[in-house]
Design a protein around this ligand. Structure first.
Ligand code: UDP
Length: 333
């Protein structure tokens, strides 16, 4: 298939591009490089022996997107492009709504114009909001979020459902990610955010690599076994493979289907720190600080639907996730 990957130079996008190329798909990447680096493409080529077609552009630029569809007969789209920093979205809500909604609607209009009927969308567990009990199931109401970033996911899911209702041949798979971490086994691709990381695993990586002094654990008095928050961490390579399974699903189905991608297991912040120390042999100094606003104590996925509909299950362990992160940190000092 000719697969267009928006945001394909980013953390999850680049790992998915590798899996797509390895599965012999023709991959066309669109990325404005606002939160990714051009050398990711060299690294993908080094891993796969093939380079994806690349267009540096904003996918809300309709004229240029139409040109991409004219040059390539796009069979399916995986849509990662979007702003993703939760805290920043609270400070810049308009930028988040404008960018994330505009790019999706422009993409849908162009897909419609060119008769492209398969879309895999990067959604998030954040759409379950604070009121659902965990494990989260897709049948629960997923209609609110704690941040403008999360609301863009809720709104885009709604748009895709309405669009699929109006276009019975269309298929959208809304993949609700839990907490992707880890890196490619080569150490060439990984999560390397600009500035001080907001997310836990890249922060641990910077501390272990000597770039930051210590980790602050946000809250040690949650109602969890060790007092720190629990999340469903999954390996980014497992997540990437989930996108290939979703593409296969979209080939023979219609409608908009929300599917969790998680392991179904909760891991606490402290458990993750200990696992990282064990596999790396490096001490990660930490202090317990105050809670971070908006954090939920614990949640993880009910992963049954992904197994049933996609035949997908996470394969990698928390130790694998830590080992690959450490390998990436060491190779990219
Ligand atoms: N966390 C932390 N220190 C950090 C970053 C994150 O203790 O410097 C905790 C955070 O409170 C949450 C977990 O790590 O319980 C995962 O946070 P992350 O931002 O990676 O993902 P989220 O679940 O918020 O999307």
């Amino acid at each position: 298939m000719n697969v267009l990957v928006t945001g394909g130079a980013g953390y999850i996008g680049s790992h998915t591009v590798v899996e797509l190329i390895n599965a012999r798909h023709q991959v066309i990447v669109v990325d404005d490089l606002s939160n990714a680096r051009i050398d990711v493409l060299d690294r993908i080529e080094e891993i796969c022996g093939r380079r994806p077609e690349f267009y540096q552009m904003d996918c809300a630029d309709k004229n240029r997107l139409q040109q991409v569809f004219i040059h390539h007969r796009i069979d399916a789209v995986i849509h990662f492009a979007g702003f993703k920093a939760v805290g920043e979205s609270v400070k810049k809500p308009l930028a988040y709504y404008r960018n994330n909604l505009d790019s999706t609607m422009t993409l849908l209009e162009v897909m419609e114009e060119f008769g492209c009927r398969k879309l895999v969308f990067s959604s998030s567990a954040t759409v379950y909001g604070p009121d659902n009990p965990h494990p989260y199931k897709e049948s629960m109401p997923a209609v609110c979020s704690a941040s403008p970033y999360g609301w863009t996911k809720v709104m885009i899911e709604r748009i895709l459902k309405d669009y699929a209702t109006a276009h019975p041949n269309f298929c959208a798979v809304l993949l609700r990610y839990f907490n992707p971490i880890g890196a490619h086994v080569s150490g060439l691709l990984g999560d390397d955010p600009n500035g001080i990381p907001n997310n836990l695993m890249p922060y641990i990586g910077r501390v272990a690599g000597g770039k930051l002094e210590r980790l602050t654990i946000f809250g040690g008095d949650y109602p969890t076994p060790d007092g720190t928050c629990q999340r469903d961490y999954l390996h980014v390579v497992d997540l990437a493979i989930g996108h290939l399974k979703a593409l296969e699903y979209a080939e023979s189905n219609h409608g908009a289907e929300a599917i969790n991608l998680g392991t179904g297991k909760g891991t606490s912040v402290l458990e993750l720190v200990y696992a990282f120390q064990k596999v790396s042999g490096i001490q990660v100094p930490y202090v317990i600080g105050p809670r971070r606003e908006g954090d939920l104590p614990a949640f993880w996925a009910d992963a049954e639907k992904a197994k049933r509909l996609l035949g997908w299950e996470a394969m990698y362990t928390v130790e694998d996730m830590c080992r690959s992160t450490w390998n990436f940190v060491r190779k990219n000092k």
